[in-house]
Design a protein around this ligand. Structure first.
Ligand code: ZN
Length: 309
């Protein structure tokens, strides 16, 4: 028997990771409609946007406004935003965002080239963000991109990942996301790293974030579940990419993940038909097709239903 969880949490990241790579930017009203649609579909965690500099990421410039305008949301729904530094925490405070996420690249070369710091030095520099977030009742988590491999250095040494995790724990961040932004991870490596971090850092809780650049994201999710992981990011319609990574594809499509888990008897609490509705809407808005098998083929459940008619 496979070792599988009964329940899995999916964070919808399409509004951030997906839309930030699009040329056509949906209006704030359109984004709000999507966000409300996702809450209605049953998502309990949604990545709404980011507080990066609007010149750097113009697609996310209205994140503050979205938080201000969303209004009452169910108490058990967490809306999070990506931040680069304390300016991001300040924007979260000002617009009522209650959960922020930092990010660091596990690629030493990438970090040194872009920020002139080692990844651990970057994370140590997040201490002021943590302090400010804590003082203002804002939850804070951290992400490690390319903990499996990077386009510049190949496989990431496990010791490097450990050093970054330890730096996060040291500044008081214990919710950590492992993000295969370049889509290079493979299942046996995912299984080994997930098992390793769970055993070595039992005080931490984990998210996994897989891009489907080379078609291995679904297999990686299965491998991570086998290693005991239960929280995964996904993007409606498989939207997304990464401006820094050559040829990057989007996150694994939410519909595909939820449909597979539904069929496996693993609860996500998300209504896949409603997610598909959102994808069709955004596909019309963006003017291009989306990268989701289930969106094209429909649910396998519906095949039987249509035969019975
Ligand atoms: Zn991503």
């Amino acid at each position: 028997m496979m070792n599988l969880p009964e329940k899995v949490s999916i964070c919808e990241v399409g509004l951030r990771d997906g839309l930030q790579n699009e040329k056509v930017i949906p209006s704030t009203d359109e984004k709000l409609a999507l966000l409300r649609g996702f809450i209605d579909a049953g998502y309990k965690v949604i990545e709404v946007g980011s507080f990066m500099h609007p010149k750097k990421v113009p697609q996310m410039a209205d994140t503050d406004e979205i938080f201000k305008r969303i209004g009452e949301i169910p108490e058990d729904v967490e809306l999070r935003a990506l931040i680069p530094n304390t300016r991001g925490v300040q924007r979260a405070i000002d617009c009522g965002c209650k959960k922020v996420k930092l990010n660091v690249s596990a690629s030493r070369m990438h970090n040194l080239k872009n920020l002139n710091r080692t990844p651990e030095e970057s994370v140590a520099g997040f201490a002021d963000c943590v302090k400010m977030a804590n003082e203002n009742n804002i939850a804070i988590s951290g992400s490690i991109s390319m903990p499996f491999a990077s386009p510049w250095e190949g496989r990431t040494p496990v010791e490097d990942v450990d050093a970054i995790i330890e730096a996060y724990l040291k500044v008081g961040i214990d919710e950590i996301s492992l993000s295969d932004a370049s889509g290079q991870a493979v299942p046996n490596q995912v299984y080994d790293l997930c098992k390793h971090v769970r055993e070595k850092y039992p005080q931490a809780s984990w998210w996994l974030h897989f891009h489907n650049t080379r078609g291995a994201a679904m297999a990686n999710i299965l491998a991570a579940m086998q290693a005991g992981m239960t929280r995964f990011d996904a993007s409606f319609g498989g939207l997304g990419g990464c401006p820094f990574v050559p040829g990057a594809a989007g996150n694994i499509s939410s519909e595909d993940v939820i449909n597979m888990l539904d069929e496996m008897g693993i609860t996500t609490g998300v209504d896949v038909l409603k997610v598909m509705e959102m994808s069709r809407k955004v596909s019309d808005l963006l003017g291009h097709g989306l990268d989701s098998y289930v969106l094209r083929a429909g649910r396998s459940k519906d095949l039987i239903a249509s035969q019975a008619e």
